[in-house]
Design a protein around this ligand. Structure first.
Ligand SMILES: *Cc1c(COP(=O)(O)O)cnc(C)c1O
Length: 350
């Protein structure tokens, strides 16, 4: 496939024609002076959230831009990365016409969103070492392939994709390569964000749901070229990130040392869990992890899963996913929670 990367050809024609919806809060911005807002039919009595939130989340983007060394125009925020991923589908994939490529075993939302948007999901299984099969991926590409989803570190396998493989895909595919970096803060590998300017077809998603400890507020982040971001901006719901979320995210981002310290603890705990699990007879294989979970192959995963539930611990049984027969996925908890898990597993052994 030799067509040049051309964003205009990639975007859905209806989206290309659209102008962004202009909300009341878009049309008039204060420059510091005190204005009286009688434009948006809000209730004027102050309670902290009686006004619509900033539809462009400028303060939050400015903090992210400075922490991640990108520009505000390279950022789009969403109601979790799940919304960001859905916006990417809707901006680029024509229902019943286009296709995307995903690499199972991987995060389940890509498939759900493909189904929801009536877009063919071409699955190219990871290799046995859980690395992308680059030749097969590129062989699946045709002129209707709009997106390739790379989840790195990958959920549920925990490993990162090799830089060489990812770069080959970026260089040889003229659609968008979406790298889902939900777990990047737990990884020793560098984020692809550092190379954003090198690849016009690179889209990176991150989230405050994992390392930042804010799954409840729903904040997903998309980094891409200003051109890609402006397309996504055209179709996003105007107030998709609410005021409470923006407030809480700013508060957390202002305490990077706290986040870093929690990551240090979780990485130490991951190592300890790995070590304790490796001594158990029913544990057949522990897959190397760059994330805050461990994928573990055990004897009779279904039975172990039920026994853990009975003992009050919920883990994820990933056995029905390709290449993941008899595997459980353990999220790294607090030291106390991990002690509990280990204690129960030891009892199951006896
Ligand atoms: C948890 C997770 C997300 C997070 O999605 P949010 O909607 O931001 O909570 C995204 N991608 C992967 C691979 C995940 O495991």
């Amino acid at each position: 496939m030799n067509r040049e990367f051309n964003l205009e050809n990639l975007v859905r024609p209806n989206v290309h024609k659209m102008k962004p919806y202009s909300s009341a809060r878009d049309e008039f911005k204060t420059e510091g002076e005190k204005m009286t807002f009688l434009d948006a039919n809000e209730n004027p009595f102050e309670n902290g959230v009686n006004r619509y939130p900033d539809p462009q989340q400028l303060k939050l983007k400015q903090v992210l831009a400075s922490q991640k060394r990108v520009s505000v125009s390279n950022i789009l925020l969403g109601n979790g990365s799940d919304e960001v991923l859905d916006l990417i589908f809707r901006a680029f994939c024509r229902p019943q016409v286009d296709n995307v490529i995903t690499l199972p075993p991987t995060y389940g939302m890509y498939k759900v969103l493909a189904e929801l948007n009536e877009v063919e999901d071409r699955k190219v299984l990871l290799k046995n070492d859980f690395q992308p099969n680059v030749e097969k991926i590129l062989a699946e590409v045709d002129d209707k392939t709009k997106l390739i989803f790379l989840c790195s570190p990958n959920n549920p396998t925990g490993n990162s994709f090799s830089e060489v493989s990812v770069e080959k895909i970026l260089r040889n595919f003229n659609g968008l390569v979406v790298i889902d970096e939900a777990y990047i803060d737990f990884s020793a590998d560098k984020s692809w964000l550092e190379r954003l300017e090198e690849f016009p077809n690179l889209v990176i998603t991150q989230t405050l749901s994992k390392a930042y400890g804010l799954a409840g507020i729903r904040l997903g982040i998309c980094y891409a070229s200003a051109e890609i971001i402006s397309i996504l901006n055209k179709i996003k719901p105007p107030y998709n990130v609410n005021e409470l979320t923006q407030h809480k995210a700013l508060e957390r981002l202002s305490k990077p040392e706290e986040v870093k310290q929690e990551i240090v603890v979780l990485l130490e705990e991951r190592k300890r869990l790995e070590n304790d699990l490796s001594k158990m007879g029913f544990v057949k294989q522990i897959f190397g992890s760059d994330a805050n979970f461990l994928l573990v192959r055990v004897e009779d995963a279904g039975k172990k899963y039920e026994q853990l539930i009975k003992a009050g611990v919920v883990v994820r049984n990933r056995s029905n996913q390709e290449l993941c027969e008899n595997t459980l996925r353990f999220t790294v908890g607090t030291p106390e929670e991990n002690n509990q898990l280990i204690k129960i597993l030891k009892q199951l052994e006896a």
